[in-house]
Design a protein around this ligand. Structure first.
Ligand code: HEC
Ligand code: HEC
Ligand code: HEC
Length: 264
């Protein structure tokens, strides 16, 4: 009887362990340093200001461009706007364009783990999808006026399970509710925990999000484009695309470039 009970408990434990996404585990176990808290304190203060601005200044441009929502099921959307990239002037438009078909966590969580793969993921049904060239727009002569679907997205899986949280998770709802009632000090602590598993919190700060060249690269892309259903033509077009290749010439944010330099 005792042995049975132990087995039963073990079974429950394993079943749960498989269901809790890696990201949630990381947040729950996060050890937050003073350095991280200092970064969070600064960011949370900035947020209050931009929050107020946003209510008054929804750009007309984006209304005309069609549906504004880019990531309805994303946990990150609890607090971040549908076009969350503003600060980096040179890359923000491109990053914002990618949020329609790439999950935040694909670019904001490091791919160091060997068991991590990127797959088309149905965010509504919560399941990985059979790859298809039809999920990609490139090389298909689609009218640019036609806005792309926000589902499915290229998202990170760990051991075939989603590693990220979604808005419908109990965990996500709990954080959303907690954020709402928190005072500034509590927000700072919560902020540090939520962002601890992400790239930007790394103290060495190599990069905040995946740079263009990590995907648009004919030698070592983090995405296995064929596994995502891309035809060899599409693989070629994505890995050698002229825009990310051009942006790779910039060494820092301040640099200015002449046309002559671009051609080299
Ligand atoms: C509970 C609210 C909340 C959630 C959930 C949340 N964030 Fe944030 N995040 C903030 C706030 C507030 C800031 C600081 C203000 C800002 O930069 O927008 C911030 C800052 C950031 C920054 C750094 C900004 C900078 O300028 O250095 C990144 C990157 C980021 N968040 C990504 C994410 C991603 C990816 C997710 C989902 C995994 C996420 N956040 C989930 C509230 C949240
Ligand atoms: C295609 C990759 C990519 C995707 C997808 C992506 N990001 Fe980012 N993100 C970046 C990069 C790279 C940066 C750092 C700025 C830069 O170098 O362009 C960044 C910076 C940020 C910042 C810092 C603030 C700012 O104004 O730049 C926030 C906040 C952020 N991302 C949130 C999100 C959220 C929320 C999502 C999902 C809705 C998301 N990102 C999806 C690549 C991405
Ligand atoms: C996480 C991987 C990833 C990152 C990071 C990334 N891209 Fe992409 N990008 C893709 C994929 C995949 C496509 C193909 C989308 C399609 O065809 O539907 C693409 C498409 C594009 C396109 C072609 C759009 C079109 O319709 O012709 C441009 C331009 C582009 N990316 C520029 C950039 C730039 C600039 C950056 C950095 C700021 C960047 N990408 C970062 C994966 C990425």
């Amino acid at each position: 009887m005792k042995a049975f009970l132990i087995l039963f408990l073990l079974f429950i434990h394993c079943a749960n362990a498989a269901e809790i996404p890696w990201y949630q585990q990381q947040v729950e176990n996060a050890v937050v340093s003073q350095e991280m808290l200092a970064v969070s304190a600064k960011l949370v203060r900035e947020y209050k200001d931009s929050d107020i601005q946003e209510k008054f200044a929804i750009p007309v441009f984006h209304k005309q461009a069609g549906e504004l929502e880019t990531s309805p099921q994303s946990f990150c959307r609890t607090c971040h706007t549908p076009l969350p990239h503003q600060k980096a002037l040179r890359t923000r438009t491109f990053n914002n364009m990618h949020v329609r078909f790439i999950a935040c966590e694909t670019c904001h969580i490091d791919n160091a783990n060997a068991n991590l793969t990127y797959r088309w993921f149905d965010m509504e049904k919560q399941q990985a999808m059979t790859p298809s060239p039809d999920f990609l727009r490139i090389g298909r002569e689609i009218d640019n006026e036609i806005q792309r679907q926000v589902n499915p997205k290229i998202a990170p899986l760990l051991n075939h399970e989603r590693l990220f949280s979604v808005k419908d998770d109990i965990f996500a709802k709990k954080i959303a509710a907690q954020w709402k009632v928190s005072n500034e000090t509590e927000k700072v602590a919560l902020h540090a925990k939520i962002h601890a598993p992400l790239n930007w919190q790394k103290i060495d700060k190599t990069h905040q999000g995946t740079p263009c060249q990590d995907c648009h690269n004919d030698k070592k892309s983090i995405l296995d484009l064929s596994e995502l259903g891309a035809t060899s033509k599409q693989v070629q077009a994505i890995s050698t695309h002229i825009i990310p290749r051009y942006l790779a010439h910039y060494k820092n944010d301040q640099q200015r470039m002449t046309i002559r330099e671009m051609l080299h």
